[in-house]
Design a protein around this ligand. Structure first.
Ligand SMILES: [Zn+2]
Length: 113
C-alpha cells in the first residue's frame, strides 16, 4: 500500500485517504477577462503530462481535508516530497528522481534473444 506524507498532519497515511487534484503551481492570469480564447484554453485545459518529475496538488480528503502539493515521479509512482499549499515550488534536480533508467522496448527485446 502506498503511503503519502501529509504536511499538515505530519504523518504518513494510506493513499486511500488522499485524492489527486491536478497540476500544482498553475498561475491564473491577472487579466482573465481580456485574454483570448486560445490563451484561456491553454490556462484552463492544457497540461504538459511529463514523464518523470511532476508537481501536483493533492487533498487529504479523508483526513484533515486540506490541499497540499507533492513532487512525484510518474515512472516509479514514488512521492519525492510533499509541502504545504502556498509554499514555493521546490528546486528538485533530476538526480532526486529515485528511479532506474527506463529500458526501451528494443533493449528488452534484445535481452530476450
Ligand atoms: Zn492531513
Amino acid at each position: 500500500m502506498l503511503l503519502i506524507y501529509c504536511p499538515y498532519c505530519q504523518e504518513e497515511r494510506s493513499e486511500l485517504e488522499f485524492r489527486g487534484a491536478g497540476d500544482a503551481h498553475i498561475a491564473r492570469p491577472t487579466n482573465i477577462a481580456e485574454i483570448s480564447d486560445e490563451q484561456f484554453e491553454e490556462f484552463f485545459f492544457l497540461r504538459d503530462n511529463p514523464k518523470g518529475l511532476i508537481f501536483e496538488r493533492w487533498r487529504h480528503q479523508h483526513g484533515c481535508g486540506r490541499f497540499f502539493n507533492a513532487a512525484r515521479d510518474t515512472i516509479s509512482d514514488k512521492f519525492i516530497m510533499t509541502y504545504k499549499a502556498g509554499e514555493p515550488k521546490p528546486d528538485i534536480g533530476a538526480a532526486a528522481a529515485p528511479h532506474a533508467p527506463v529500458e526501451t522496448y528494443e533493449q528488452l527485446e534484445g535481452e530476450a534473444k
